[in-house]
Design a protein around this ligand. Sequence first.
Ligand SMILES: C[S@@+](CC[C@H](N)C(=O)[O-])C[C@H]1O[C@@H](n2cnc3c(N)ncnc32)[C@H](O)[C@@H]1O
Length: 301
Amino acid sequence: MKSAYNKNPVEIIRGKHKKISVFSTEGNNIDPIVVKGFGDEWLKFKDFSDAEIAQISAEYFDILDDNILTPSTYAVDIGCGSGRWTKALSRRVGFVEAIDPSNAVISAEHLLKEVENVRITKASVETIPFDDETFDFAMSVGVLHHIPDTQKAMVDCVKKVKKGGYFFTYLYYNFETRPAIYKTMYFVTNGIRNVVSKMPSSLKKFSCDILAITTYMPVIGLGRIMNAIGLKKAALKLPLSEYQARSFFVIRNDAMDRYGTTFDQRFSKEEVITMMKKSGLENIVVSPISPFYHAVGRKPF
Ligand SMILES: C[S@@+](CC[C@H](N)C(=O)[O-])C[C@H]1O[C@@H](n2cnc3c(N)ncnc32)[C@H](O)[C@@H]1O
């Protein structure tokens, strides 16, 4: 069911289990420093448990029913990183093309070693080596807000979707529904990020672990104690409440996402819907639950 590439790779990496075709990632709409940082991040965080993948992907995929994902769906995961959501997606569709411009493809090759219905490709959103209107389903989870022109990147993703197919995305929200404390914390952590994200790789990794312990864990720990003594509703209102049921591994990974990445953008729900409409999608559904905002839309016939 997979399509042939529409150009020749510049290199082929022969991994232990799968080969990875490499295409140029040069273009105007890519931040090479961000991509290099993600390569480092995913080489460090590559061993996600199936239980945690199932638990977290269920939150992202709550709006993807069996009409959208079927055993014959041909899918692409653009900006797949470690391949954790590719793995979850592969269980519900026919075949997945996992694409990322960074060295994360090496981690994906490791995580997806036993998954037969996945092919891994090194390319960017601007250099996806497949014809337009190839896929029944495209997804880009936590990626487009790290690309300088998010709208243009979304258009590039949707171009690859067949008429009648779907595009699913997760974009950081701008805390519009949250109390001022969230925006204040965002402002403060941005200051820290400006310093940490520019550190040399190993110092950055170490600093992000320390920040996971000193800035994430106290708030998450408080939430866990509140849950244990029955204050569940109040615990849900705390910042980082989504991490109260997550492992320390995932918390460290997300702390590195937060502090180790030089560039991201945040959007309102209206902005997400507007970008999706401008990309040519309709029937847009934005999930009412966290992570905010994840949304799916359909490309009309
Ligand atoms: C936060 S990670 C998300 C990875 C994965 N989707 C997940 O949620 O686990 C962002 C990913 O976007 C990729 N990325 C950055 N710029 C990109 C671009 N221009 N085109 C495609 N992917 C890009 C990075 O290499 C990185 O792996």
